[in-house]
Design a protein around this ligand. Structure first.
Ligand SMILES: [Zn+2]
Length: 142
């Protein structure tokens, strides 16, 4: 088993209608075909707009969510997090009620499994807006 000391919350920073499969495909498709060309997708779990939780990378494998921290992290992501109607795609917390409920139940499950792990947002490790809300504060009580 890997040692897990952090659970990091992300958003896809894309359209809310995307599916978990779209995201995995984008991460792993070769750069020459418009993807990221990564060996491993970015997140262990992706939560779709309807609240469906999709496990995209087994927890015992490293995913590609936070540079420099992935070895000991579980990366969790909701689909959305930007206003696609505006130029420059500004960050917005557009989690659906179903996504909010699924995030809480998924994070509770992971905290139960890895009690030593703390919950963070991607923004706590890098100068970016992801996941477009303060996950560390919101989930401090889980
Ligand atoms: Zn992120």
């Amino acid at each position: 088993m890997r040692k897990i000391d952090k659970i990091v919350v992300h958003c896809t920073a894309g359209n809310q209608s995307n599916t978990a499969r779209d995201i995995v495909d984008y991460h792993t498709r070769p750069v020459s075909r418009g993807g990221c060309g990564w060996k491993t997708p970015g997140y262990h779990y992706i939560i779709e707009a309807d609240g469906r939780i999709v496990n995209t990378v087994p927890e015992d494998r490293v995913s590609n969510g936070v540079k420099g921290h992935n070895a000991t992290a579980i990366n969790v992501c909701y689909i959305g997090g930007v206003d696609v109607t505006k130029k420059g795609l500004p960050p917005v917390d557009n989690r659906t009620p179903a996504q909010k409920a699924s995030l809480v139940s998924l994070l509770r499950m992971l905290r139960g499994k890895y009690p030593q792990a703390k919950i963070y947002g991607h923004r706590d490790f890098a100068p970016k807006a992801c996941p477009s809300f303060d996950a560390k504060t919101e989930y401090a009580g889980l």
